[in-house]
Design a protein around this ligand. Structure first.
Ligand code: NCC
Length: 276
């Protein structure tokens, strides 16, 4: 089959993946109750349009990168799950504009999601491995983790913090693009937060730098920069189709291979910068 060029891939992503958060337009969210919880502005409206953005993977290999200052120089910085900045500022920076969290993090006792001050900074965006159908009612009745109860509880405790829920269609539209551009059949599990967050930023920023998603020369088996756990599956994926995600990102990178090797930095244009 025809192998898409970088431009074709970028255009496919732009046209096939509609990054959107839940609003009260569709059932089951078109109720009085949900109107009090869901933000009145969609995420894209809230962020407006940004110039330079950074996406910071949680990989252990960002340790000793000294990228903190560079990362903080972006107009907006996206981080994942429970990845901390304090004590690691020199390597990962301290600015947090958006934090993308999976529903497992919201539900686990380990992260104390409802109380932990780490989650209190920036705009929160939650997602859940919803059924492939993206049927909102089916998902609502049986989310992978209790995203809706935890969301409501958090909103009650922290009413002034902006907090969105990603529409589940986004992850499956993205999955389709990964599958269409891979030679093998990939597992039908949603892409990792890393790729979802990159797409989120591409939809609102002129340009996006993605750090340590494609491993640099610092590559290590240490899963996260903030923990001692060793697991190669963190980089290559077990549940998430990460190997295929990374091949895709490699193909749309507009920066040099040396940037990947030395800095762990990928450069991609935002959708607004594309003519397609
Ligand atoms: O590990 P996680 O991801 O929170 O990392 C965020 C994103 O950074 C990129 N990454 C991370 C580690 C690594 N060695 N290489 C990387 O490229 C990935 O793109 C990753 O998505 C997730 O995607 O939400 C994930 O969440 C964890 C876990 O739920 C949270 O960390 C909370 O503990 C998942 N781990 C487990 O379920 C055990 C992980 O599979 C995916």
């Amino acid at each position: 089959s025809h192998k898409r060029s970088a431009q074709e891939l970028l255009c496919q992503l732009k046209n096939q993946v509609k990054v959107q958060t839940l609003g009260t337009e569709q059932p089951p969210f078109n109720t009085q109750e949900w109107a009090t919880f869901l933000p009145s502005l969609h995420l894209s409206q809230e962020l407006g349009s940004l110039k330079n953005c950074a996406v910071v993977s949680s990989a252990g290999s960002i340790r000793n990168s000294h990228l903190g200052r560079e990362i903080d120089s972006h107009d907006a910085v996206l981080r994942f799950n429970a990845a901390p900045t304090s004590k690691y500022q020199n390597d990962v920076g301290k600015k947090t504009t958006v934090r993308l969290i999976n529903s497992q993090v919201m539900a686990s006792n380990k992260h104390r999601f409802l109380e932990n001050a780490l989650f209190g900074e920036g705009i929160l965006v939650a997602w859940d491995p919803a059924p492939y159908s993206s049927d909102l009612l089916e998902w609502y009745k049986k989310p992978d983790y209790p995203i809706f109860t935890q969301y409501k509880e958090y909103r009650q405790r922290h009413p002034s913090q902006p907090f969105h829920i990603m529409h589940p269609a986004v992850q499956w539209q993205l999955w389709e693009v990964i599958q269409e551009n891979s030679d093998e059949e990939i597992q039908r599990n949603p892409p990792s937060s890393g790729l979802l967050g990159s797409l989120l930023m591409m939809s609102v920023c002129e340009q996006v730098h993605i750090y340590e998603f494609l491993p640099s020369r610092r590559q290590t088996d240490t899963c996260h920069y903030f923990e001692k756990v060793q697991d190669t599956a963190c980089t290559l994926g077990a549940y998430h189709p990460q190997l295929f995600e990374k091949n895709l990102v490699k193909r749309i990178n507009q920066g040099s291979d040396l940037d990947i090797f030395q800095l762990g930095r990928v450069t991609v244009p935002g959708f607004q910068s594309l003519n397609c």
